[in-house]
Design a protein around this ligand. Structure first.
Ligand code: SF4
Ligand code: SF4
Length: 181
């Protein structure tokens, strides 16, 4: 089964797919001055600061993904992560200039979310709220800190390999199951 999967999982089909399936990102924002339980409000009503603060900082969206040309473009997450991610903090080391460094790195906003929601991680706060679901109990906004999130092993810390260490052809060797979409 693994062999078939590896054979079938391949390159992104075209440039548009590459844009959609590569590297979006977000960083948690400063949470001072935000509305009470803003995360329960419709996404479209959030201020830009509330939008930023919704991010759980898992960095799963900084993982490379592959689409299977032979299986209806099924998408797979890999443990290969953008080289600019600080794995320990799950923060982008070049947040201000990330789009110059990584053109595929998307600035997540409501319009981009509409396009990207299908392949965002199933745990992503934006995806959950897009579908009208509540945040997970481990989300730092609900739990009050990152302890539960760490206990549930949600962030990518300790489980990834930078893309600077992996050839493009070798990415499919790193498909993972601990992130789904
Ligand atoms: S540039 Fe930064 S935000 Fe963008 S994918 Fe890489 S680590 Fe993530
Ligand atoms: S997957 Fe969603 S919640 Fe996690 S870092 Fe990316 S945008 Fe934020």
């Amino acid at each position: 089964m693994a062999k078939g999967l590896k054979q079938g999982v391949a390159k992104l089909v075209n440039d548009q797919d590459r844009e959609l399936a590569d590297l979006p990102v977000h960083e948690p924002g400063n949470q001072a001055g935000l509305r009470d339980k803003f995360w329960e409000l419709p996404l479209t009503s959030l201020t830009s600061r509330e939008w930023e603060a919704l991010c759980d900082g898992c960095a799963r969206c900084c993982l490379h993904k592959l689409q299977d040309e032979d299986d209806d473009l099924e998408l797979y997450y890999t443990r290969v992560v953008c080289q600019y991610l600080d794995e320990d903090t799950c923060q982008c080391r070049h947040y201000q200039t990330r789009q110059q460094l990584v053109p595929d790195c998307l600035v997540m906003d409501p319009e981009i979310l509409e396009e990207a929601v299908d392949w965002m991680p199933s745990t992503c706060a934006y995806k959950l709220r897009y579908y009208g679901k509540p945040l997970e109990d481990w989300h730092p906004l609900i739990a009050g800190n990152r302890r539960l999130m760490d206990e549930r092993d949600i962030s990518v810390t300790g489980k990834v390999i930078p893309d600077s260490h992996v050839s493009e052809d070798g990415i499919e060797e790193h498909i993972i199951r601990w992130v789904s979409h």
